[in-house]
Ligand binder design. Sequence first.
Ligand SMILES: [Zn+2]
Length: 188
Amino acid sequence: MKNRQSGIFVTPGDKLGVIEEFLPGLGTYVDDGNIYSSTIGHLLIDLFKKKISDNPSTSITPIPKVGDIVVGQVVNIQDKNIVIKISQINTESRSVLTGIMHVSDVSTSYVKTMFNAFKVGDFVRAKVISSTNKEFHLSTKGSNLGVIQAFCSNCGHLLVFQKHRLRCLNCKKIERRKIVLGYEKGLD
Ligand SMILES: [Zn+2]
């Protein structure tokens, strides 16, 4: 794990690295060999793929194992389950797989319905707890797992954590998620 991953706050135009060093991930753009942020947040640090020379040049779709940490986006929500499109496994790779999470694996506290913890479009960091038959079951139990980037369901702006609540600074809506400890804080 690289310390660059741990929630550095970036804004559009910030230089994040060079393409010799990283492959540009979501929320970045490349100009003259440099990688810049195209968004606000810390997520793109998470989505960075390390130097490609660390991996074999043939790009085989990596398969998550039990215990792996994945990052992905919520694509479907039902009362008791969500489906996550996995975009990253550990910090090294990318994939096009989906994972599923049951409401009992969201938190160590009781969660009644998935609608209280996630919304479609949220980016989530989760742990693989089962991979039987290539069905990847995920969990966000633990303070370092959960939603890492969420968007206002009213206006689409990035939600920030401020005064103990997840807030939209644009339209003032307050929302609820199972967020990670260290979710992006809004400036007072
Ligand atoms: Zn809003």
